[in-house]
Ligand binder design. Structure first.
Ligand code: FBP
Ligand code: MN
Length: 643
């Protein structure tokens, strides 16, 4: 043991008693049941649905309420109470509006505060007091602790407590206390949140999800391809930037760019107005049925075309300067016959429809017009100077990564690129071959490098950020090619198909999953791979639990655009000391409906596994850290206080 380190430790633990107390404390924590992990993925800007799942802990809050109160409350009351815990501010207003006298309200307060305290105490039973204290509303810590630690045997104190609650009510603090307790319950129900990628794109409110995550007590993110697209744009990749704007236009979400992140779209609009007309292939999708005037729709359609063409032009020089990307097939602008209006792909010629090539010079199809160049340069400048985006992207970098080993499981958004025979797929990067975990580590290093150097826009690291979005060997994309061009301009559906990496059928095989776990230094006996990215088509009977439970795919379609394919509204996963449970969520309509009907969106639980013995903190990542701390403290004790 390093003596300098012991000196430092001795400053904090300057007596034998202090060392001993800390060891006892840590040992006790190791023996507590492990905290509940909550996994979500593919949120795609669906803030309201995400909030709901977060607030009800994927049904976990309801389970606890039922455990405690099923004998004393009717179903309707259980639901009402649960709703109060999920949305305390709104539900309080609703409930209070039904009382006609102060007295009634007073009695209700007493009952509810008592019920909430019971629930807090139950939800906190597997945590230390110090952890509970951190979860309590700051202003009420003293009062709540007094109230919590009353025990029924000491009824002589009863009056003291009754008085305390009376005072809280009389001083007009009851609402605040109830709201605080509700959030404490939510927080205690989930110890740690994993977001397995794709926060951004398609839905309207990714920024609100980011704000929620930034404030969340304990969270990590495994980047999705859509998140990396935003990171890439912020890191200086113009082609990533063109993509994010294109997707926002396609889903009628340009206000995320304009209003939320404060990017001026005027120059792009001017360009769009000069060169583009109406075009059905570029009409914005209308998922939520919001109303657009014809004029608005036309404007978005024009912007959508302008930015798509800029995107296609920007792809070309990158493909040409990066032969290791192996993307020459995607030089589609050069494969177009502009006279005949057709394109030849993989040796087959197809007529083009809905083209909008007014800014394309057939001699040099990838050349940006000066106006286009100026537009994209200005956009890049503003996006890199958006304070809000900087905050969100910094958070993604700090809490995120391409994959994560956590409590024995491997969390990864897309895939581990494989060959058909199950070998890890190799990629040559700057003269060296990488595969499997090493490949992902290199990808991540480049991403971090690009992010650290936002002023570089055409270097290898920045181009690699785009490769993560669309390259064949990207662990986030997992497909041979992205057929965006074909889907806009070619009618033949065969050209739209995006061939998936063999991973997506090999992952059904248990041995293959074991091999991948081992590749990431995880124990194949106990570990599992948790995946997002590909919507599980429950509607067609697809099972999210694959390879005998070694592989769990939790993309169930939070994204409204994909719900008709999946048939449900998303999966989430819970992992507590008893094992793992997969929760399938039914359609979430609105918070208002939950508030007024009191019914929760039904969640079906499927037991993935039941641990034979309750898992303890000792067996977790945090447990290993604590054991290391104990070892250090023991050395300190030996060297300083026993010799
Ligand atoms: O349906 P959209 O929004 O046009 O997006 C289709 C594109 O999205 C992708 O599926 C990637 O997004 P996901 O990560 O959500 O699957 C591409 O493979 C595909 O080309
Ligand atoms: Mn994805």
């Amino acid at each position: 043991m390093n003596l300098k380190y012991l000196d430092l430790l001795a400053q904090k633990y300057d007596s034998e008693e202090k060392v001993a107390t800390e060891i006892i404390n840590l040992e006790a924590i190791l023996n507590l049941p492990k905290g509940t992990e909550h996994f979500v993925s593919d949120l795609h800007g669906e803030y309201n649905a995400f909030q709901h799942v977060l607030r009800n802990g994927s049904g976990n809050v309801k389970v606890k309420i039922r455990d405690l109160f099923k004998d004393e409350l009717a179903e309707k009351e259980l639901n009402e109470f649960a709703t109060l815990v999920y949305y305390p501010e709104e539900k309080l207003q609703l409930i209070k509006s039904h009382f006609t006298s102060k007295r009634e309200l007073h009695e209700w307060y007493i009952e509810i505060i008592e019920r909430m305290l019971k629930l807090v105490s139950y939800a906190a039973s597997k945590y230390t007091r110090s952890k509970l204290r951190k979860a309590l509303p700051k202003h009420f810590v003293y009062i709540i602790e007094e109230l919590l630690y009353k025990t029924d045997e000491f009824t002589n104190k009863k009056e003291y407590y009754a008085k305390m609650v009376d005072q809280v009510i009389a001083l007009g603090q009851a609402d605040k206390l109830i709201v605080g307790l509700a959030y404490t319950i939510q927080r205690l129900t989930v110890d740690h949140l994993h977001v397995v990628g794709d926060i951004y794109d398609r839905g309207p409110d990714p920024h609100k999800i980011m704000d929620t995550l930034i404030d969340y007590h304990s969270v990590d993110v495994q980047w999705g391809n859509h998140d990396v697209l935003w990171l890439g744009a912020f890191s200086g990749s113009k082609v990533c930037l063109a993509n994010i704007i294109r997707i926002c236009a396609r889903y009628n979400n340009l206000d995320i760019i304009e209003d939320v992140y404060g990017i001026n779209l005027r120059p792009l609009l001017n360009l769009a107005e000069s060169y583009y007309e109406d075009n059905p292939a570029f009409h914005p999708k209308r998922i939520t049925g919001e109303n657009l005037t014809e004029q608005e729709q036309l404007q978005i359609t024009k912007i959508h075309q302008a930015i798509s063409i800029i995107q296609f032009k920007l792809e070309s020089p990158i493909i040409k300067r990066r032969s290791c990307f192996d993307m020459e097939d995607r030089l589609l602008l050069e494969k177009v016959d502009y006279e005949k209006n057709e394109v030849t792909i993989h040796g087959k010629t197809y007529p083009l429809v809905n083209t909008c090539f007014a800014t394309i010079d057939p001699e040099q199809p990838d050349k940006l017009l000066d106006e286009e160049q100026q537009v994209i340069d200005k956009l890049l400048f503003s996006i890199q100077h958006s304070e809000k985006l900087a905050r969100h992207m910094n958070f993604l970098m700090k809490k995120g990564g391409l994959y994560l080993q956590y409590n024995g499981n491997l969390l990864i958004h897309g895939c581990i690129p494989l060959e058909e025979n199950g070998d890890m797929k190799k990629m040559e990067i700057e003269g060296k071959n990488y595969a499997g975990r090493e490949l992902l580590d290199v990808f991540e290093q480049y991403l971090r490098h690009a992010f650290a150097h936002p002023e570089e826009t055409d270097d290898f690291a920045t181009d690699m950020a785009w490769y993560q979005w669309t390259g064949e060997n990207s662990s986030l994309f997992g497909k041979r090619e992205m057929t965006t061009f074909e889907r806009y301009f070619i009618e033949e559906k065969e050209t739209h198909k995006e061939r998936k990496n063999p991973y997506y059928h090999l992952r059904e095989d248990e041995d293959m999953c074991r091999k991948m776990l081992a590749e990431f230094d995880l124990n194949p006996e106990h570990g599992r791979i948790i995946n997002g990215h590909t919507p599980v088509k429950e509607i067609d009977g697809e099972n999210p639990i694959k390879a005998n439970g070694k592989m769990i795919v939790i993309d169930g379609g939070f994204s409204k655009a994909y719900q008709s394919t999946t048939g449900i509204a998303g999966y989430t996963l819970l992992y507590n000391s008893f094992g793992m449970q997969l929760v399938a969520h039914q359609l979430f309509t609105s918070k208002e409906e939950v508030l007024s009907d009191g019914t929760d969106v039904l969640s079906i639980k499927r037991l993935v596994d039941e641990e034979l013995e309750r898992k303890k903190v000792r067996e977790t990542n945090i447990g290993s850290q604590l054991q290391q701390e104990i070892a250090n403290l023991n050395s300190l004790r030996k060297h300083r206080y026993m010799d």
